[in-house]
Design a protein around this ligand. Sequence first.
Ligand SMILES: Cc1cc2nc3c(=O)[nH]c(=O)nc-3n(C[C@H](O)[C@H](O)[C@H](O)COP(=O)(O)OP(=O)(O)OC[C@H]3O[C@@H](n4cnc5c(N)ncnc54)[C@H](O)[C@@H]3O)c2cc1C
Length: 386
Amino acid sequence: MDFRLTEEQEAFRRAVAGFVEAEILPIAEGVDGRGEFPLAVFRRLGELGYFGLRYPEAFGGVGADMVTYCLASEELARGSLAIAAAWAMQSLMGTHFVFKYGSEELRRRYLVPALRGEKIGTFALTEPGAGSDVAAISTFAERAGDGYVLRGTKTWVTSAPVADFLTVCAKTSKERGMESIALFLVDREMPGVTLGKRIEKLGIRGSETGEVHLEDVQVPPGHLLGGEGGGVEKVGTILSEIRVMTGALSLGVGRAAYEAALRYSRERVAFGKPIGQHQAIAFKLADMLTLLHTSTLLVYHAAWCLDQGRPATREAAMAKLVASEAANTIADEASRIYASYGFAMEYPVQRYFRDARFLLLGGGTSEILRLIIGRDLDRPPILGSA
Ligand SMILES: Cc1cc2nc3c(=O)[nH]c(=O)nc-3n(C[C@H](O)[C@H](O)[C@H](O)COP(=O)(O)OP(=O)(O)OC[C@H]3O[C@@H](n4cnc5c(N)ncnc54)[C@H](O)[C@@H]3O)c2cc1C
């Protein structure tokens, strides 16, 4: 058993960490305060090739493994979860389906510029009346000649206010319901696509989120990604990646909160000694570090399972469940260690506390993750064989 990263992975982690120190940490508070999409740093992420980590070189990607992708996810989230969330959408869900099911023409028009950070892509499944319950979506794609006419409203769409294209989930048959859900590549410029309200959020405020209305949008046949139906299964094929990535984002936020609290516990003096020397605070830090350690093992083990082609649905759900809950507990405890200063907007601890709430939602709520884990209770947790 070897828990070490490879030299390439270590070097990559250092490179991303250096980028975070130099270009993300200095703007993280401003991005949060203004609640504004960080376009300049987004373009930089494209220049550096960070959107293409999971894609082949032929499209401008890097072809990195899932462990490496998680290292980027963790480091970026340590600097700013808002920026990391926008990066995650662009590097995974927002581009995955055009890569996997798009024609060469669509890949050239959308995927290649998106990996360079020149176009912004996103993924639209959630609707005002359907979140966890995917079968309840009502956006409908009606056949019209060769193509389709899309009608419906999507909400909670990451990057919607700035997106150039969206992968939209819509039903193609009233009778076949969920089975008929298909994926469509919708260009923001197509007539009938309009932006609805921009959602004001508690956390990850620099990752803009909004509604998209689709009113009689004519979509050409080539924009149907992967044929009619089977959309839920297609989304299912990357759900484990999404969950492991969200687990890695959670590690980043947890680490940022833990490191801030540790520093503060050594500086702040109460009753004649640094507060970290009071056992109650030292125990908090010990518990926070233990949670971080547990989450790190689960996330990177699940990433490794994906890289090895091992069963990972349950492992990914466990990793996301534990790491996202841990990030919230760690941010909460960090805030208690800062006491009143944890309540002040001047210190970043309040941002970790607010941002961490997102981790409980993206990639499935804790209840849904327990449902997934509960479907696979018989397989023992064997590390050595698949
Ligand atoms: C910042 C942010 C960005 C997002 N970005 C996107 C995006 O880009 N694209 C997109 O499509 N969506 C996006 N989402 C939406 C997100 O995926 C959904 O909000 C999430 O799936 C939960 O859906 P919901 O809020 O409708 O909750 P609901 O599904 O209504 O759930 C409400 C509560 O009921 C529980 N519940 C539901 N079903 C069950 C069950 N069977 N058993 C037990 N408990 C259950 C849930 O766990 C939750 O506690 C985003 C959300 C946020 C907050």
